[in-house]
Design a binder for this molecule. Structure first.
Ligand code: NAD
Length: 292
């Protein structure tokens, strides 16, 4: 797809970070946007900011852990707004796990899998049948993470496990749509090339009571990329960051070029991915990756 003009783009997690930047970039490219998020206040703020720029933007509260919520979003897009041609399964959280993984709270595991993994599955289930029936070129973009898809960082096992699972789903979806010669093209978006400055470190702001973290559960205490930077500096490491607007530009370029892998990796991460792949094929012990 070269021209986004008048296309409807649906973005889960569209109120903040990568999703918010995608909404701005897509509307600047002429698309209509439907942003969906569980955070009602941030959603309204983002919709207002988009509309103030002249964007044709709609917002809908949506919880990606709830299939009925995604079904209602898809019905809005297809029954009332004329159909969608770009769908971004983007909502995601970090549970803030810390320390030995046998000490994590079940609610950390469950919340992270509900949003990061099941959220993508529910989005696929709600939108793919409609996109396929629509019969015209469309794009389904899954936001993954190199953290899990290609590297297993020792300190975020829950997040990594969700993103490893999401990668398998995205790749299988790609294979199935190609094999079926479907007009729906699947893309795997990896925000980067560095840690992206978004609200993800403060995901607790949208943590529902049913997944409340027990008071004694281990927690990183990191609430922002600045907190992470300070922590790394204490160990003599540097943190480079990327603005989410850059991720959005990379995503739109990747869609225009029809690429599955929308994967801006920094040279250090690329070397670590190669080292891990080498260790698999050489049957040597996996090297421990590091973020800084
Ligand atoms: N920030 C990074 O460095 C980075 C790196 C790789 C991948 N990612 C991925 O990018 C995606 C976007 O995250 P971000 O970094 O922009 O963080 P963010 O916190 O700024 O945005 C995530 C959005 O998802 C929403 N959300 C959370 N739970 C939800 C739910 N149940 N239903 C609907 N919406 C929900 C939040 O309210 C928020 O608006 C995530 O999938 C994340 O895993 C981020």
């Amino acid at each position: 797809m070269q021209d986004f003009a008048d296309r409807l783009a649906v973005i889960t997690g569209g109120a903040s970070g990568v999703g918010r930047s995608l909404a701005f970039a897509l509307s600047e490219a002429g698309a209509r946007v439907l942003i969906a998020d569980v955070d009602a206040d941030a959603l309204a703020q983002t919709r207002d900011a988009l509309q103030a720029r002249g964007a044709r933007a709609e917002a809908r509260e949506c919880d990606v852990t709830d299939p009925a919520s995604l079904e209602a979003l898809a019905a809005l897009a297809f029954d009332e707004l004329g159909g969608a041609h770009l769908v971004f399964a983007n909502a995601g959280i970090g549970a803030g796990e810390a320390g030995p993984l046998w000490g994590y709270a079940d609610s950390d595991w469950k919340w992270c899998f509900e949003v990061n993994f099941w959220g993508v599955v529910h989005t696929i289930n709600a939108f793919m049948p409609r996109l396929v029936d629509q019969g015209s070129e469309a794009h389904f973009v899954v936001t993954g993470s190199a953290n899990g898809a290609f590297l297993v960082f020792p300190d975020q096992p829950i997040y990594s496990a969700t993103k490893a699972a999401v990668q398998a789903v995205a790749e299988a979806l790609y294979h199935q749509t190609v094999r079926a010669q479907s007009p729906v093209r699947v893309h795997a978006l990896f925000p980067g090339p560095h840690v992206v400055e978004t609200g993800i470190f403060n995901s607790g702001r949208v943590r529902p009571d049913r997944f409340a973290k027990p008071a004694d559960a281990p927690d990183t205490g990191i609430r922002s990329s600045d907190d992470l930077r300070r922590m790394l500096e204490a160990f003599g490491m540097q943190l480079e960051t990327t603005h989410p607007d850059e991720v959005a530009r990379t995503a739109l370029d990747g869609i225009r070029e029809g690429r599955f892998w929308i994967l801006p990796l920094n040279p250090d991460a690329e070397a670590q991915v190669r080292a891990r792949m080498d260790s698999i094929l050489d049957r040597t012990d996996p090297p421990i990756p590091s973020i800084g």
